[in-house]
Design a protein around this ligand. Sequence first.
Ligand code: THU
Length: 161
Amino acid sequence: MKEHVVEVRTTISESDAPMSAETLMLLDEARRIAHKAYAPYSRFRVGAAALLDNGEVVSGSNQENAAYPSGLCAERVTVFYANAHYPDAKIMRLMIYAETDNGPVERPITPCGACRQVLLEKESVQGSPIRVSLAGADSIYNVGSVSQLVPLSFVPKSLEG
Ligand code: THU
């Protein structure tokens, strides 16, 4: 039997104070939009803010539903909004912020598998990396591309056989 070992390296660069103007702007926006999340069931509010290559910043929050699986995460709301309004724009960077009723999460959250898949599609189609920034209590954790978060991925090219 053959064994194939696939290693995916994820490099996380931590940026703490002083944060750049861009980082602070995206963090502010992700936080602002998280406060508006519709999350009556989990009480876990998430905000995502995307910086586009046309200079626009778009953002979104998680949207829950009494039929639980019908809800959507903040990251997908944001990517789909960006695609709907600016279909030709690339996403340069995505900031993700989360909070509970006790305030901001101590440890940053990472996008769920379904959101990684949607982000990966965007990254594949636009042909340039999306930097993913995860907001922690005192610092930001940056991953250079979505591909670093998805090993053995299924991408548009996979459909070519
Ligand atoms: N959620 C997000 O919006 N983004 C994530 O990265 C993880 C989870 C939402 C989904 C649900 O509304 C709530 O957080 C609890 O899972």
